[in-house]
Every structure is written in structure tokens, then in C-alpha cells.
Design a protein around this ligand. Structure first.
Ligand code: KAW
Ligand code: ZN
Length: 665
């Protein structure tokens, strides 16, 4: 369309005989750009018209065309004028160039110090993290003051965007307080990552893999209660007061910079007026809640049959320790308990992976192969050399998975994953998730440092999961030799969809409530004496689950979930779990998939890969609705794709639950 429009313009330019109203206040660079544009267009016209012996067509015909398009020309010129840089803007652009390079170098140092600590938790490494954090904060504050001196009102959108990013800060000005904040942060993460639980026989258990393993595999009610409770008792209480201090300091920093509290700043990542993000996620939740309620009722019935009606009532909240997951956030580990049609072929490939001798490296290579097949980049050699793919046994590490951009310049790429991989299907899935972050890093590495980020944090979380939606189809698992038999009937399909729902639909209220809790903690609605009650009120309300034993406000159960002590916002995952189905749907269309969405596998589709790449390459340079549009054609977070995906299951669940009392109040 753009090209077509220019073509008309060129007609005017080259042949009409009118003087083209060249804008006069453009910068030299823009004049050059415009000239180039003109030349391109003229060449095109030459080819189209003049070379086809239509030279006579020029004057009269083009004159009328020119008049018709006059308005559009003026529009172009106006927009070019808007783009014009004044001397002030030229100076600002130079300042930004320097800023971006200095920021990049600081990000390198920051990543290095944090990596050292995360892969080897020691007091010395913690101290280095604190020092780097302080140095970066000091520098950012200085730069923010400099940035504020520019009057950006007449600058182009792109320059304004960068200044806005630089001047949106929640940093404390007091250095002692900055230090306190940094120290509490590393301390909280250390409590979580080094937490252990010792048994009567003297053996001590870690969260990963020991306690998580018990919760995933044990079907002994009391053993499950023990593992659930011990983890919370081990890490929660030591964190509680520190967490309250940490919140107070973060809020103080936010308020110093003119924000009501830290929650406002966190939500700011979505570039929506405050209040609108919560409105948006609430509206999405209302639309997916009926599906969740059906799944909840079905699983509750199965758990009640398994553990007895005295343990699990068929009408109320479900005890939180029975879902195969320490936080009841995903329920796929109890697929064996809830499987609708047990006689259908197996769809969990964990055992097969072990039998086939998979190890962490092979799992990562399997994931990389998929990304490459759609035209995304292979992992660079340094990735394989420097990543931490399994838990080392000679030191303490942060086992919770993460992906790292070391902000090197293109050509010298340094990106890594840190993960304590176990050989099972769930971790194969997490590997795709983490590698999705890496592919995003690689695809936007040419962007300015400020734009080396996701369109919003939820986009970053959704990339690998989108790919995993293809990988986890039985069709694909068969292709890569992990499944022998794939059923082709409705019963098999229901099994398949239910397994996915245990991972994807079950997660939604959890993904929503975590930051509802933190937003209220930041706003002061939930105070330290009510941390735990506030937490469980939300868990009960949204997830329909309850603690297996009584809890009090001396406990600090939020601290038992990694993202609380690590201070990582969580609404990104809720966003991602909705958006990834939109992405999947769009890419499947691009790949020419025909048939139900849950059967689509975009493996080897370069068309799908290109579509994805185009979106990823934008990084954080534009507001997220534009990135959403680039991949899906629409600008909104929209649950219709996830609902479509699970439509056959929802119908089946409704039938199963027709005599159940739905819900839990
Ligand atoms: C989940 C997501 C995908 C698939 C399965 C899943 N199960 C559960 C989740 C949600 C969430 C969780 O475990 O509760 N997933 C994660 O935390 C995966 C870890 C992460 O890749 O998201 C990681 C979290 C993190 C953030 C900041 C510091 C340390 C860890 N995020 C990143 O590594 C990351 C990297 C670049 C940009 C943005 C995030
Ligand atoms: Zn992630």
C-alpha cells in the first residue's frame, strides 16, 4: 500500500511539471532520505511507464493524478516535518547514542555479577552484586537528571520514547537505603535458593529436585502434607520481616519519583493508563473462568475419589497439596489420577525420554532443532560453553530456570540459560520456554540497548511457550520419536486436551492472583500483619483451593514461591498464557494449517518463522499493541484463541459435570 501510494506521488514528482513542495525545515539526513525516496520512486515509474513506450503519458495524465494525490502528498510532508530534527534534537540523539552504549556496558557488568552469584551463591559474590547494583543506580540517577534537561516536546516519537524510558525510575536517592534494598534482595533470594528441609532420619532435602519430586509423584496424603508444609515452614518465616522492609524501600523509591507506589511502576511496563491493565486482565479472566470452573469441578471429583470425601469435598475448595505441584499452579503431574480414558495410548513421554537415554544436552539440542526448523537462529557456540544446564553438586546455585542476555554487540553474542534440568517432559517444555527468551534476545540484538527487551514482559514469556504448543502435540512427539502410538479418535483427543488444560488453564487464576496480592501489598491494602491471610483469600477466591492445614499470619506462604523473594513481577505469565494461543493461532494460519488448533505443529514452516521473527525483531521499540498486530493482525489481548483451542474439551467437561455443583463458595 505504501509503495503504491508513493508511486502516485512520483508521477507528480517526475512528470507533472509542478514544483514539488519540498519541505524546507528538514535536517540534512532527512533531506537525504527524501531524495533517496524520490529516486527510488522515479526509477520505479520509469520501469512501469516510460520504458513501456508510454512517454507521452507523462504530462496531462499525470497532472490529474498529481492533483488527486495532492492531499496525500501534503500528508507525507507534514509527517516528515514532524520527523524533522531541530539542533536540539540532533544533540539529544547524540546524547542518546552515548547513553545506549554506556547502558549496554553497564548491563554487561550487571549480568556478569548476577550470573556469578546465581551459579555460585557465596557472600563474596553477593557483595559484588550489591556493588554493581549501586554503581548502576548511581549512574542511572545521574543520567536521569541530565535527560530531564532536554525539552522533548518537539522531538520525534522514537526520541521521546527513549527519554521516557530513561526518566521513568523508582530509584532511591539515599545511598544507604539503596544498599539496604540491594542487600535485602540478595538475602531473600538466598533464603529461597538454599532452603532445605531435614527429616527425622537426618537426611536433608532441597526444593529442586527433592521436595518438588515428592509433591509430583507421591500419592500418600500425609507425605504430601509433610512436603508441602515443611517447604513453607523452612523458607517463609525467615523472609517475612525482610520482605516487609523490602516493600517499604521499594515504595519509598517509587514515591520519591512521584509514583503512588511500586505497583504503579511495575504495571507501567504495559504502557497503559494505571488501572487499565488490571481492568484488562480481569475482563480476560471473566471470559476464561467458566472453562477453569469446569476443569476445577472435574479434577475435584477425581481427587475426591482418590483421597476420599473426608479429605476432598466435592463441593468446596480443594486442598492445595494434591495437584502434583508445590504451588498448585499447574496440575499436569496428576494426569494419571484424572485421565479421562486410561485405555488410550500414553501421551506422557517422560519414561520414553529416560529409556532413550536423553540427557540435558540432548533435550536442549532437540529444542534448538525446532527453532532452527522455522528459520530462527541456532544457539551460538558460547551458549553451549557457558550455560549451566544441570545442577552442579559442588556449590549452591539458584535452580529456578532463567535466560540471560549479556548485552554483547552483534557478532560477539553471549546469551546463556541457567537451569537444573531433569529428564522429563515438563523440563523439555521449560527448555523451550527458556530458549524462547534466547531467540528473542538474538532477534532484537541489533536494536538500541533501551529497546533490547520484549514488547512487554508477557511477550518475552510467550515466545518459547508458543513453540512448545507445537512441540507438545502428539503428532510432533511422534515425529521426533518420543511417541509410538497416536490415537485418532475423540477419546484420545480428550486425553490430549485435558493434559494441556492441566498445564495451561489451571495456571490462569494462579498467574492472576500473585500480582493481585503484590499490587495490594504495594498499595498498602494488604499490610504485613495480613500478608498470609491476604494471600490465602486470593488463592481461595481465584483458584478455589485452600491450605491443607491451618495457616496464620506468622506464616509467610508467598515466600515459598520463587518470584516473591526474587522480586519478579508475575502478571507477565498470565498475559503470556493467553497471548501464546493468539500467537499459535496466527502462526498456524501462516503455516497453512488446516484443522483443529490443538493439532497444529508449525515445525519447518519458514512462513510462520518469518512472521514470528518480524515481531521479535521490534524488541521494545514500539508499544505492545503494535507488536501484537504485527503477529496476529489485532491489537488486543484476546482469550478467544485459548477458548477455541479447548472448545472440544469444554464441551466434554460440561457433560461430565452436569450433576456437579460448580464453584466453591
Ligand atoms: C511456566 C512458564 C512456562 C512454562 C511452564 C511454566 N510453569 C510455570 C510457569 C511460570 C513461571 C513459574 O515457574 O512460575 N515460569 C518461570 O518462572 C520460568 C523462568 C523465567 O524464564 O520466566 C525467568 C524468571 C526470572 C526472571 C527474572 C530473574 C530470574 C528469573 N525469566 C527470565 O529468565 C527472563 C529472561 C529475559 C527476559 C525476561 C525474563
Ligand atoms: Zn520465562
Amino acid at each position: 500500500m505504501w509503495k503504491f501510494w508513493l508511486c502516485f506521488g512520483a508521477v507528480f514528482l517526475s512528470c507533472s511539471g509542478y514544483t514539488w513542495p519540498l519541505p524546507d525545515q528538514l535536517s540534512a539526513a532527512q533531506q537525504r532520505e527524501l531524495k533517496e525516496l524520490q529516486q527510488d520512486v522515479e526509477t520505479e515509474i520509469e520501469e512501469l511507464c516510460c520504458q513501456n513506450e508510454l512517454k507521452r503519458c507523462c504530462v496531462e495524465k499525470k497532472k490529474s493524478l498529481a492533483q488527486r494525490n495532492m492531499e496525500e502528498w501534503e500528508g507525507l510532508i507534514d509527517s516528515l516535518k514532524e520527523l524533522k530534527s531541530t539542533p536540539d534534537e540532533e544533540e539529544a540523539i547524540k546524547w542518546l547514542e552515548e547513553y545506549n552504549e554506556e547502558l549496554r556496558q553497564r548491563n554487561v557488568r550487571n549480568a556478569e555479577a548476577n550470573w556469578a552469584q546465581a551459579t555460585n551463591i557465596t557472600d563474596e559474590n553477593a557483595a559484588k552484586v550489591v556493588e554493581v547494583t549501586l554503581e548502576v543506580t548511581k549512574w542511572s540517577l545521574k543520567k536521569m537528571e541530565e535527560a530531564k534537561k532536554f525539552d522533548t516536546s518537539g522531538f520525534s516519537d522514537d526520541v521521546k520514547r527513549q527519554f521516557k524510558m530513561i526518566t521513568t525510575s523508582g530509584s532511591l536517592s539515599d545511598e544507604d537505603k539503596q544498599r539496604q534494598l540491594a542487600e535485602i534482595g540478595t538475602e531473600l533470594e538466598k533464603i529461597y535458593s538454599t532452603g532445605t528441609v531435614c527429616q527425622a532420619d537426618g537426611t536433608c532435602l532441597k526444593l529442586d529436585p527433592d521436595l518438588e519430586g515428592i509433591i509430583a509423584k507421591s500419592r500418600d496424603y500425609d507425605r504430601l502434607t509433610w512436603a508441602w508444609l515443611s517447604w513453607r515452614d523452612a523458607v517463609g518465616p525467615p523472609m517475612k520481616d525482610k520482605y516487609a522492609q523490602w516493600v517499604a524501600l521499594l515504595n519509598e523509591g517509587a514515591q520519591e519519583n512521584g509514583f503512588a507506589d511500586k505497583g504503579v511502576l511495575w504495571r507501567g511496563a504495559y504502557e497503559m493508563p494505571d488501572g487499565k491493565l488490571e481492568e484488562m486482565v480481569d475482563a480476560v479472566w471473566e471470559q476464561v473462568k467458566p472453562l477453569y470452573t469446569q476443569l476445577h469441578a472435574y479434577v475435584r471429583r477425581k481427587l475426591s475419589e482418590k483421597y476420599g470425601a473426608d479429605k476432598v469435598s466435592t463441593t468446596g475448595h480443594i486442598p492445595a497439596h494434591l495437584f502434583g505441584n508445590m504451588w498448585a499452579q499447574q496440575w499436569n503431574n496428576i494426569y494419571d489420577i484424572v485421565v479421562p480414558f486410561p485405555d488410550q495410548p500414553e501421551i506422557d513421554v517422560s519414561d520414553t525420554m529416560v529409556e532413550q537415554g536423553y540427557d540435558a544436552l540432548r533435550m536442549f539440542k532437540t529444542a534448538e532443532e525446532f527453532f532452527k526448523s522455522i528459520g530462527l537462529r541456532p544457539m551460538p557456540q558460547t551458549f553451549w560453553d557457558k550455560s549451566m544446564l544441570t545442577r552442579p553438586d559442588d556449590r549452591e546455585v539458584v535452580c529456578h530456570g532463567s535466560a540471560w542476555d549479556f548485552y554483547h554487540l552483534p557478532g560477539d553474542t553471549d546469551v546463556r540459560i541457567k537451569m537444573c534440568t531433569k529428564v522429563n517432559q515438563e523440563d523439555l517444555y521449560v527448555i523451550h520456554h527458556e530458549m524462547g527468551h534466547i531467540e528473542y534476545f538474538l532477534t532484537y540484538e541489533d536494536q538500541k540497548t533501551l529497546y533490547r527487551g520484549g514488547a512487554n514482559p508477557g511477550f518475552h514469556e510467550a515466545v518459547g511457550d508458543t513453540i512448545a504448543l507445537s512441540v507438545n502435540t502428539p503428532g510432533h512427539l511422534k515425529k521426533i520419536g518420543l511417541l509410538q502410538n497416536v490415537g485418532h479418535n475423540q477419546d484420545f483427543e480428550i486425553n490430549e486436551l485435558l493434559k494441556m488444560a492441566l498445564a495451561k488453564v489451571a495456571f490462569l487464576p494462579f498467574g492472576l492472583m500473585i500480582d493481585k496480592w503484590r499490587w495490594r501489598v504495594f498499595s498498602g491494602d494488604i499490610t504485613p500483619d495480613n500478608y498470609n491471610t491476604g494471600w490465602w483469600n486470593l488463592r481461595m477466591k481465584y483458584q478455589g483451593i485452600k491450605p491443607p492445614v491451618e495457616r496464620t499470619n506468622k506464616d509467610f506462604d508467598p515466600g515459598a514461591k520463587y518470584h516473591i523473594p526474587s522480586g519478579t513481577p508475575y502478571i507477565r505469565y498470565f498475559f503470556s498464557f493467553i497471548a501464546q494461543f493468539q500467537f499459535h493461532q496466527a502462526l498456524c494460519k501462516e503455516a497453512g494449517h488446516d484443522g483443529p488448533l490443538h493439532k497444529c505443529d508449525i515445525y519447518e514452516s519458514k512462513a510462520a518463522g518469518t512472521k514470528l521473527k518480524n515481531m521479535l525483531s521490534m524488541g521494545e521499540s514500539r508499544p505492545w499493541p503494535e507488536a501484537m498486530k504485527a503477529i496476529t493482525g489485532q491489537e488486543k489481548l484476546d482469550p478467544s484463541a485459548i477458548l477455541k483451542y479447548f472448545e472440544p474439551l469444554e464441551k466434554w467437561l460440561r457433560e461430565q459435570n452436569k450433576d456437579e455443583k460448580l464453584g466453591w463458595d
